[in-house]
Design a protein around this ligand. Structure first.
Ligand code: UD1
Length: 387
């Protein structure tokens, strides 16, 4: 059996690492049901901190193909990916294409596979934010509509698919594959020194020596990269002011910055403000392991990332999700999780920041977020879909 799996951008890498490892294990134990695995990187993310560092840290083998599509508009990225991926399909002739998550690579490669009559499996199917202004929502809808096998991380996603008319035989609730990566690495990173991570990644190099010792539960972690938060000065400036005046005033703020956010802070003339705030530590985008380490001991997370929302739910870090909606409701407090939606309204963020610091119940681990999702997926292919 031949399977191509696809990665394109940062949030894909921690979802593919456990799949690769589970296929390797399966092949050792079951040589008669060998799965030939071919890894394709579309090249949407190409910088070392956004791509290569994840391959190294998570022991993902070098991709068999790199389509090198790079940055561009959505149409450019999707179009270039489809043209290049079609050639790979013609050459490899796989039985299945496996796509993960909701980035442009996910949608572009699922469409290309189906147009070539190749079966497609979507890992992380059924997530819905209901927000059609998010490119990721369009990617999710298209990918799920055409995929043959939809593997969901939670039961809410199963219901979303049923409501859209997807037949039950196409849907399997397998759990959250990203939590496999978290569980495989949390012990290893526990010994990493927090101060070394921050000092080693300071964007303003001459501030590195001033990084204080960081005790558990004494600092905030912030990430921001969504269009809705960083592409207008009217939104980004008050957010930065809140972080500088109200969060950094009470605890160190560790802020690994996405390249798009760096660009926007500079464009809007806000960079100097961020640079000159004593307790605001602007960091390069961190590798998976360093980010996990920071999250493990953070007092609070403020983020617009979906993946961090999920990780907070397992690590027990209170999470203010800087969005008005989420495709991951299972991580919200009302479903037993650690996260609360605060959008980008500073008053609301302030209120929930105070509530979060006051403490609350520890989050519950969602069903099947147990570190064994990849094994379940490979067993499915080996037992039910082997050809
Ligand atoms: C993509 C995903 C998003 C995910 C995010 C995580 C889609 C639609 N979006 O958004 O879901 O949360 O990744 O990072 O696929 N850039 C670099 N180096 C790189 C790659 C990009 O500097 O290696 C810069 C470029 O200026 C680029 C910008 O970052 O224009 C945005 O990159 P892009 O891949 O278009 O989307 P993301 O915002 O990263």
């Amino acid at each position: 059996m031949k399977i191509i799996s696809v990665v394109g951008a940062r949030p894909n890498f921690m979802k593919i690492a456990p799949l690769v490892a589970a296929i390797q294990q399966h092949n050792k134990a079951n040589p008669k049901r060998h799965i030939e695995h071919i890894l394709v990187h579309t090249g949407q993310h190409y910088d070392i901190p956004l791509s290569e560092s994840f391959f190294k840290e998570l022991n993902i083998p070098d991709p068999d193909f790199n389509l090198e599509v790079g940055s561009g508009t959505h149409a450019e990225q999707v179009g270039k990916t489809m043209m290049a991926f079609e050639k790979v399909l013609h050459y490899i002739k796989p039985d299945w294409v496996v796509v993960v998550g909701d980035v442009n690579a996910t949608m572009a490669c699922s469409v290309t596979a189906k147009k070539e009559n190749v079966k497609c499996c979507h890992i992380e199917a059924g997530l819905r934010s209901g927000d059609m202004s998010m490119p990721e929502e369009i990617n999710r809808l298209v990918t799920d509509r055409i995929s043959d096998l939809l593997l969901t991380p939670d039961r809410i996603s199963v219901e979303n698919l049923r409501k859209e008319g997807v037949p039950d035989e196409k849907i399997r609730f397998v759990g959250n594959i990203m939590i496999d990566t978290l569980e495989a690495n949390r012990e290893k990173v526990a010994g990493f020194n927090l101060r070394d991570i921050v000092a080693g990644n300071c964007i303003i190099r001459n501030r590195a020596s001033a990084v204080p010792d960081l005790l558990p539960d004494s600092y905030a972690v912030v990430t921001l990269h969504r269009h809705s938060n960083v592409d207008s000065k009217e939104v980004l400036e008050p957010l930065l002011n809140f972080l500088a005046d109200e969060v950094a005033a009470v605890m160190p703020v560790l802020f690994p910055i996405h390249p798009r956010t760096v660009k926007q802070l500079k464009t809007f003339g806000l960079w100097a403000r961020a640079e000159n705030t004593a307790s605001l530590w602007m960091l390069q985008p961190l590798g998976y392991l360093d980010m996990l380490r920071l999250n493990m001991d953070a007092k609070i997370m403020l983020t617009d990332s979906g993946g961090l929302q999920e990780e907070c739910c397992i690590l027990g870090t209170p999470c203010l999700t800087l969005r008005w909606n989420t495709e991951r409701p299972v991580t919200l407090r009302e479903h037993g999780g650690a996260s609360v939606l605060v959008g980008n309204n500073v008053e609301r963020i302030r209120t929930e920041f105070r509530n979060a610091l006051a403490g609350g119940a520890a989050p519950k681990r969602p069903e099947l977020w147990d570190g064994h999702t990849a094994e379940r997926i490979v067993a499915l292919f080996a037992n039910e879909y082997y050809e």
